[in-house]
Design a protein around this ligand. Sequence first.
Ligand code: TRP
Length: 344
Amino acid sequence: MVAMSVSDRAGLPRVLSLAQPTADSLHLGNFLGALRQWVPLQDDHDAFYGVADLHALTVEAEPAVRVDRSLRSAAQMLAAGVDPQRSTVFLQSHVPEHTQLMWVLATMTGFGQASRMTQFKDKSARFGADATNVGLFTYPVLMAADILLYQADRVPVGEDQRQHLELTRDLAVRFNGRHGTTFVVPEPHILPSVGRIADLADPSAKMSKTSSSPSGIVELLDEPKVNIKKIRSAVTDSEREIEFDEERKPGVANLLTILSALTGTSVEVLVKELAGRGYGDLKGAVADAVTAFATPYRERTLELMGERTELQAILADGADRARAVASATVAEVYRKIGLVQPRI
Ligand code: TRP
């Protein structure tokens, strides 16, 4: 297929997603849960993919670390196959309309509804009241603004973002009901089979930067041999048969899920292919699949990080394209809610 230029993409359904730059490397759970879906969606969508650097401010980090992580995040999106010719790739903070729309939406969000967000409840319980900032509380409202600004039809995210998407839909419906149709009501796009990747060392828990131990998490920018070792040491069970049973054999089920997601072969077919083989063979296949993907991904990311001028030029272009859409939405919203236009 001939690559379409940006202007040809009008009329395609719009897809939008952002990823938080809170780590030095994406881990396998982030990648399979969200970013992996971004690449094929570019083929038949007008895609907007962003780095949620404003969301990341809810977590403490040194300024220089933030800069590095934001750029690495963008580089990893590109390394994964997001094509800046076809998709709009940008940093959230380069588009001031995100915080402008967020304020309007915050005035339409019930305190009760915001208080019921399970991710906020989990995070605030973990950090304690004194370490919980107001930004964490309003985080889902900023996310709603991210989505509604671009009139996104579809939002590819991991299962853990489902409730935030419900809030976004509620806000869109509420605004449209009060002020006339303004926002597209977005659909979640959650791949059910890879909704959840477990910790390799504790398969009852999600693979997560904040809760997994280093041995349970596959950091995609680590040297391949580090990850091979972690996969080889993954916790399974005391049986021998390779079967997909999340309740009884969560470790094996997790390895099968990872293998299936990376190879595109269904779990049923994998189980048939691996019949009579041992857990060592399964781990070997997973290690090979991860290495085949992560090796070029890592190389491309490091290469982009070495070409900072080029990387920033891509992001500046993305910000211009994003602002063209976002500023039109904010202007319409401001007018409809009764804010006076600066010029008649
Ligand atoms: N909250 C999302 C996450 O942690 C990241 C995010 C921010 C996002 N804004 C978004 C995802 C808009 C989709 C759409 O995964």
